[in-house]
Design a protein around this ligand. Sequence first.
Ligand code: PEP
Ligand code: MN
Length: 303
Amino acid sequence: MGTPIQNKAPGKDISHEDIKEKFPLVAKEDKDHFSSFEISNITFGPESLPIFAGPNMVESEDLIVDVALEVKKRGASFLRGGAFKPLTFPYRSEKYNETREKGIEWLSIAKSKAQIPIITEIMEEKYLGIISEVADILQIGTRNMQNYPLLTACAKTGLPIMLKRGYGSSLRDWLGAAEYIMVEGNNKVILCERGVVAPHTHRSTSRFLLDLQVVPAAKEITHLPVCTDPSHATFWRPWVKSMALASVAAGCDGIMLEVHPDPENAAVDPLQAINYDDFENLTKDIDKICSVVNKKLVTCIQQ
Ligand code: PEP
Ligand code: MN
């Protein structure tokens, strides 16, 4: 193996010995090593910028079909939407209770009506069967980043996996979790920074803090694509656009965005979703920044 990083890069808790021993599959072989792969004809890698867009929760058949058609037209590569949701508090609306298995069916209807690939979260191994029938990418949420039995079970399906960073996890812990997936022979792993617990200086402005610096830091060490989720990181609609554009400028390899036809009335996280027009305008601006960083926005229409 080559030398992927400087021996003593600023602030690093990761050394060459660490890389060789702890995450050899996730680590770069040399500084120009970046994975490139296709998922549902969408290219992932250093030259492309896919967008995952959709509501936080699937909510209803009508809603998810509408979002699927609209985000596809307006520049998305994948439709996102949670059917099984890790909510912070256990008091669930009726909508939540009926979404689960039905949500997976609704995603499948949206997928075939709009012809757009799907990413959705998996929380429990027992639902892997039904989820993997519709998901083109399995999403592991921040709360499960270190749920190693779940990672192993998902990895064994061979489906691509988006591994969100635990909101209290170091880069080293995140890469260790990715290694659990790769060691099962699954090479289609996408990392996603979704905000970390904000230090006290930021608590008055946000619950989480988008760690933009982890994008170049991760890409210095790993060949895997590194995406960001400015919706969950900011938790606040007015900040989503600037953090999405900043993510692209920082060199990220994909963006997850919460998009809803009526964001104020979204069933989950109504403060962070953006509407269709704002999404369309944002994709146009993302496209502009892409040209600065030598990337191409890949939509599922172009492919
Ligand atoms: C989500 O994407 O719907 C989600 C719950 O994200 P996270 O795991 O980052 O909170
Ligand atoms: Mn959420």
